[in-house]
Design a protein. Structure first.
Length: 207
């Protein structure tokens, strides 16, 4: 089975395009990224075309296109959504909306003992925060549990709010959970979001 899927992400300050290719039991992922929230509209489509060309593909070879549905800034979100919808209509392929926080969580090297706290910059000293846990594996795929759906919260409240709810998430999981932090807000509001000892930054996840 062959699959070519293009993924678009513009919900944060980072503009990203990824191409997933699956064929003959092999899986390949290629990525292009650009930092700068004011340039998403002009960068996204050229990056997508560049990625396809580098892989020897044309848009007609795509089987589906996915985009990060946020939450995030309206201007950024509509860029990826608009491009994805345009490609879907023009090529007659499915358009798949993906929760941006879960996409970030999926990049983190974690176990079922970790609560992945994803915080994305919402501007104005606020963050979009969500919490996920790897609950198991089914048919070779990770099963994700949303301990907290995305919410808007003041940056200064993110750490105490998370610390308050962590025991409850641990009880829900039936085991103590470690807080693993991912997302660009941990850098954007470092002074207001200093984590306590024992919480770990996920350096391999989106920043």
């Amino acid at each position: 089975m062959e699959l070519n899927l293009l993924a678009l992400e513009t919900s944060s300050s980072r503009c990203g395009v990824a191409l997933l290719r699956a064929a003959g039991g092999r899986l390949e992922v290629s990525v292009r990224e650009h930092e700068g929230s004011q340039e998403h509209a002009e960068r996204l489509l050229p990056m997508a075309n560049e990625l396809l060309a580098a892989s020897g593909l044309t848009p007609a070879a795509l089987h589906a296109v996915a985009f990060g549905q946020g939450p995030g800034g309206f201007t950024g979100l509509r860029v990826a959504c608009g491009v994805a919808q345009g490609m879907g209509l023009g090529l007659g392929i499915p358009v798949l909306p993906i929760v941006s926080h879960q996409a970030v969580a999926a990049q983190v090297e974690a176990t079922s003992a970790d609560a992945i706290v994803v915080a994305l910059d919402a501007r104005m000293n606020e963050v979009y925060l969500a919490v996920y846990r790897q609950a198991g594996v089914s048919d070779g795929e990770i099963v994700w549990e949303a301990l907290q759906a995305p919410l808007l919260i003041a940056a200064a409240e993110a750490v105490p709010w998370t610390a308050h709810h962590l025991p409850g998430w641990s009880a829900r999981a039936g085991r103590p959970l470690n807080a693993v932090l991912a997302g660009d807000a941990w850098d954007a509001y470092a002074a207001d979001m200093t984590p306590p000892a024992g919480w770990r930054r996920a350096e391999d996840a989106q920043r």
